[in-house]
Write a protein that binds this ligand. Structure first.
Ligand code: SAH
Ligand code: SF4
Ligand code: F3S
Length: 479
């Protein structure tokens, strides 16, 4: 394999991926040829998913395509015919884990030379990743990105019959593809994409490069999907987008935005509506009022703040200040009384001083978050922040993370304690791993609740009286 023709492949290009065209995105319908629909009969597949809910949803589409091709799902990777690794590029440690997995797959390929190994997702959109796969991971048969999942059947066909490697990654987003098949992981909770891409360009973040420009799905497609889920017995939908508060803003001459969508979805008959993620600077009064008025929109909001220091927020390109964030948050809490709010925070951003970090700690005190995902800044090649001067020692960054997490955990506990003695509605997910008479599910405020009950309650919404509040969960009794 010394004379690989690297130029015959469609490789990603981060400079292209940065560009944003003004062109309105077209909608096309997914189609599978009869020939492709025969290929997988008698064969099995496995998909390993890393990353955010967006990736989980993409894996459900990949599974849908593979099952339409006739493949059946297996949990045993050692004798699978197709393995796809759907990757995440958000932080370096996420990528390192995946490189390890890819290395491990070499054995399976040795045991079964007919195995087709595919690399998909956000890492596939990175130039350096594809170069490394081409040179050092020759057991990977297919590399495809986030913009061409709907062509998976073609790639499998080529890899299977022409025994050629398929490397096809588009740097620019194409159409919005509708009518995609899906095999959903869950029987009563579903992901529903409402938009793709991100135009925010926070300076630390790779997502605008790996997911392309913001494109909203049409209101009708979203409503139809949710109505169908209701017919199939689904209880809860989580609306997905990197910045759901920007829904509809990419469509020229359109004033139908996220708040309107929430109101329409509230009428579909679905019991619970959640969404993730929101950007504070796009969160408007219309959305808050829709949350207040819509019975089925859950009183829970994940509103990433990233930092409490104005200087850091500016360098992150976040378009708000500590005070304006707190003001938005207070408006939200006044409009939707009792709402539970969680956040994302990065410590150790390049140039973050001790004072900057203390501003973050102070913001956490004032915001009264009931949970957070916290991270140490990770350098992403190709993003502006990768070039920022960063001379804070790793040790200090870790210490900041530790101090922050202690404060955040107090918030988790306070958030749980406020439900002591109250009766909350729990959508029962399943039984505890250790005891199948203990049920687990989430309350409307997204609190994990455990209680004793019969397995027949799984998939139902049950009233539970809270008797014990711990940091990570609540205990209660069905009433
Ligand atoms: N669109 C979502 C976030 C997606 S990424 C939003 O804006 O909320 C999820 C979280 O990962 C981000 O909120 C941020 O806190 C964190 N993150 C993103 N890039 C990072 C990086 N380079 N280093 C550390 N954390 C990062
Ligand atoms: Fe990344 Fe910022 Fe977009 Fe979120 S809003 S995906 S953090 S660029
Ligand atoms: Fe990761 Fe891509 Fe999601 S980088 S967090 S899988 S958008």
């Amino acid at each position: 394999m010394n004379n690989i023709d690297f130029d015959k492949y469609f490789k990603p290009d981060l400079t292209q991926a940065r560009k944003r065209s003004k062109k309105q995105v077209e909608e096309v319908q997914f189609h599978m040829s009869e020939q492709a629909a025969q290929i997988g009969h008698g064969k099995t597949y496995k998909i390993d998913t890393y990353g955010c809910q967006g990736n989980e949803a993409d894996s459900e589409t990949m599974a849908g395509i593979l099952e339409l091709m006739g493949f059946t799902k297996t949990e045993h990777e050692e004798n699978a015919d197709v393995i796809i690794i759907n990757t995440c590029a958000i932080r370096e440690n996420a990528e390192n884990r995946i490189w390890g997995e890819l290395g491990r797959m070499k054995n399976y390929k040795r045991q079964n030379p007919n195995l087709i190994l595919g690399l998909a997702g956000c890492m596939a959109q990175e130039e350096n990743v594809v170069e490394r796969v081409l040179k050092k991971y020759q057991h990977v048969d297919i590399v495809f990105g986030t913009h061409n999942i709907h062509k998976l059947q073609d790639y499998i066909q080529t890899a299977m019959f022409s025994k050629e490697r398929v490397i096809e990654v588009f740097s620019r987003e194409g159409e919005i593809v509708e009518n995609l098949p899906k095999v959903r992981q869950h029987r009563f909770k579903a992901w529903v994409n409402i938009m793709f891409g991100c135009d925010e360009f926070c300076t630390y973040c790779i997502v605008p490069y790996t997911r392309g420009k913001e494109r909203s799905r049409s209101k009708q497609e979203i409503l139809d999907e949710v109505k169908q889920l209701v017919d199939e017995g689904y209880q809860e939908v989580t609306l997905l987008g990197q910045n759901v508060n920007a829904y509809g803003k990419d469509v020229v001459g359109n004033d139908y935005t996220f708040g309107d969508l929430l109101r329409d979805l509230d009428q579909t008959g679905i019991n619970r509506i959640r969404f993730t993620t929101s950007h504070p600077h796009d969160l408007d009064q219309k959305t808050m009022e829709a949350m207040r008025d819509c019975k089925h929109v859950m009183p829970f909001f994940h509103l990433p703040v990233q930092s409490g220091s104005n200087q850091v927020l500016k360098k992150m390109n976040r378009h708000y200040t500590k005070d304006s964030y707190l003001k938005t948050l207070n408006e939200l809490k006044e409009t939707v009384p009792g709402i539970s709010v969680t956040t994302d925070i990065i410590v150790g951003f390049p140039g973050e001083t001790e004072e900057d970090f203390l501003e973050t700690m102070d913001l956490v005190d004032q915001a009264n978050f009931e949970g957070a995902f916290t991270f140490v800044f990770s350098k992403r090649e190709g993003t502006p922040a990768a070039k920022f001067e960063d001379n804070t020692p790793e040790e200090i960054k870790k210490q900041r993370l530790y101090l922050l997490n202690e404060k955040i955990n107090e918030g988790y506990l306070r958030g749980n304690q406020r439900f002591l003695g109250q009766t909350v509605k729990v959508l029962v997910d399943g039984v505890s791993k250790y005891d199948d008479t203990i049920l687990a599910g989430y309350s409307e405020h997204n609190k994990l609740v455990n209680f004793k009950g019969d397995m027949s309650l799984i998939g139902h919404i049950v009233d539970v009286k809270i008797t014990v509040a711990k940091t990570w969960f609540l205990l209660g009794e069905a009433v």
